[in-house]
Structure formats: structure tokens, C-alpha cells
Design a binder for this molecule. Structure first.
Ligand code: VAH
Length: 326
């Protein structure tokens, strides 16, 4: 049995909730490379068919079930990636509140009781709303989000800070921008267009964009986002001055910028703009982020800009679609 060899002195056993999601799937792989495949416990309601390693079917809204998995695998760190995202959340506001908050409170409380050493909590630039400076939005800004998803992230950041201050639970958090990767698909987010657009381009199909051409938002290539999370978790605790959540920046672009970048490879790529309810959400978010605190405290630095990301996305999706057709 795996768990009989886990949990010995100095060994880290990492549990991921939401491991089959867009970020969870890629994060699981990176953590397996870092800690060893037998030390990473991927959990979700549904398995990720392509994943290797330990998987437990887990409903993180069930505290008893979560507790049992944490105990059984002698878990020392949790990455809590479960969440209903911004656009989908607006269709189910109360369910979004219950799932996003309920699962986080379970993770925090069980971590406190079972002495889990560190917890990673993903927040988002959706914590910001109107009444901010939308260009280079500062770390400490007014947090009046316009979506239920954003409300859960503001509350979640504060719960993390509370558990850190009250119980000395080592909770660490990042405010992710829109995350883009070829390995997995997002679901229900306002920034998802920036993933879908590459799939259409590579399939040489026209793309219908649900945001206006000029809507500039903070974004990040998934490898940078995963590396940021692991680097923050590796940083010495005493260096971390922010225990709500760190602003981090990668790049900022609008649909017309990403289209221009894609047209360097596919000059005839066709796009039609047909903004829907997600436009209003995007208009309430920052255009770019000031991440100087993350840079100062734990050395954050992104590696990918828009064109570098376009190259990797196109190259990898091309091989993927070629292998599907072959
Ligand atoms: C969303 N991708 O669109 C998420 C993200 C920056 C927003 O948290 O809902």
C-alpha cells in the first residue's frame, strides 16, 4: 500500500483538491516531478483520464471524507484548487458561494486539526471591482468584486489570513490572472476565450469572441502560474509579508492583441466579436497588475510574454490535433 511508506520524517505528502481542473491537472504533474509520484494525492469528483499516480475520488464539501484522505496519506501540504469560476458562478450564485467557501473552510479546519504544514489557496484578480486603479492595480486596493466568484475569493483570502494569524496555519495565496495552457481546458471563466481562441486557430476555424476587441486583461501562461504557486510554497515563511493573497502579473492583452499574435502564424485567422454578459465582468477587472510585493518578497518573475506563449500554444495544439486526426 502506498500510504504505509508515506509520512515518514521529512517527507512531504501533497494533496490536491480539484486536481482534474485546468490548473489542478498541470499542477499535479509538476508536483509529482518535484516530490515523486507516490507523494502526490490527486483528488476530484471525476478522475483525469490522462493522469498517472495516486487518485482519490473526493467531494471536498464533505469534511469527513476530506479528513479521512488527509489522515490516510499523512498529508503535509494541501493545494486547494476547487472552485466554480466567474462566469459560471453568476448562473448559480448561492451554489458558488456554498462550494467555494464550504470546501475552503473544510480544508482550513482539517489542516488546523490534523496539523497540515502548509496550505495553498488560489485567489484571483476577480477580487477587484470598481473603485480601483485599473492600470497596475496595487496590491492593497479596494476589494469590492462584482461577481459571486470574486466575493468568495475576497472572503477566502481573509479566512486564510485569519487562520494564519489566529492558529499559525501556514496559508499562502496568489491572485491568479487569466490562465492559458494547451494541456487542459478551463470551464466557466471570463478569461477562457484566450484558451479557446488557440484551439480554433489551430483547427483553422473562425472564432467568435465573447469580449470586445479592446478588452485588456491580466493573463499568464500556465507554466508560469504553476511555477509561481510552487515557488510561493517553497519560500521561507519569514519572507512573506502578505497573508491574504499576492498580486502576480504575467502579461496583459486584449482579444485584438492575441489575434495579432496568432496571425503571425495564421495570417487568415478570422474573428468575429459578439460580446455577451461576460463583457461586464471583464470591464470590472484590472487591465494590468502591480506585482512588486511578490517580486520583493519571494522573487516572482514571469517568463512568458504573449508571443512566446502563442508559439508554445500553437506548436503543442498542432501536435495534439495531428495525433487526434492520425
Ligand atoms: C475566471 N479564469 O475567468 C478565472 C480567473 C482572472 C479570472 O480567476 O473566472
Amino acid at each position: 500500500m502506498y500510504y504505509t511508506i508515506l509520512g515518514s520524517m521529512g517527507v512531504e505528502n501533497i494533496l490536491i483538491t480539484g486536481a482534474s481542473g485546468q490548473l489542478g491537472a498541470v499542477l499535479t504533474k509538476s508536483l509529482q516531478q518535484k516530490f515523486g509520484i507516490d507523494h502526490v494525492i490527486a483528488t476530484d469528483l471525476r478522475p483525469n483520464k490522462e493522469a498517472r499516480g495516486i487518485f482519490e475520488k473526493l467531494d471536498a464539501t464533505d469534511p469527513e471524507a476530506l479528513k479521512q484522505v488527509v489522515k490516510r496519506y499523512k498529508v503535509t501540504q494541501i493545494y486547494h484548487m476547487v472552485a466554480i469560476l466567474s462566469a459560471k458562478g453568476e448562473a448559480f450564485p448561492q451554489k458558488t458561494w456554498d462550494i467555494n467557501m464550504g470546501t475552503l473552510l473544510n480544508v482550513l479546519e482539517i489542516s488546523r486539526l490534523l496539523k497540515v504544514k502548509k496550505v495553498f489557496y488560489p485567489s484571483s484578480i476577480a477580487v477587484f471591482g470598481h473603485h480601483i486603479s485599473r492600470i497596475n492595480t496595487p496590491q492593497f486596493s479596494n476589494l469590492t468584486p462584482t461577481t459571486v466568484y470574486g466575493m468568495t475569493k475576497v472572503a477566502g483570502e481573509n479566512w486564510g489570513n485569519y487562520y494564519f494569524n489566529t492558529y499559525q496555519l501556514d496559508v499562502r495565496s496568489i491572485r491568479y490572472p487569466g490562465v492559458i495552457g494547451y494541456q487542459s481546458l478551463p470551464g466557466g471563466g471570463t478569461t477562457d476565450y484566450a484558451v479557446d481562441i488557440y484551439h480554433k486557430a489551430v483547427k483553422q476555424e473562425p472564432f467568435e469572441c465573447f469580449l470586445k476587441a479592446s478588452t485588456r486583461l491580466p493573463m499568464m501562461y500556465i507554466e508560469d502560474a504553476v511555477r509561481a504557486s510552487i515557488e510561493l510554497m517553497d519560500a521561507p515563511a519569514e519572507k512573506l509579508s502578505v497573508r491574504t493573497s499576492y498580486n502576480i502579473a504575467g502579461m496583459s492583452f486584449s482579444p485584438e492583441d492575441i489575434v495579432a499574435s496568432i496571425r503571425k502564424t495564421y495570417p487568415n485567422f478570422e474573428v468575429r466579436y459578439n460580446p455577451d454578459f461576460r463583457q461586464k465582468i471583464a470591464d470590472s477587472w484590472p487591465m494590468s497588475i502591480d506585482d512588486s510585493k511578490a517580486r520583493e518578497d519571494w522573487g516572482w518573475k514571469p517568463r512568458y510574454d504573449l508571443d512566446a506563449m502563442s508559439r508554445v500554444m500553437i506548436e503543442n495544439l498542432k501536435s495534439y490535433y495531428n495525433s487526434v486526426i492520425a
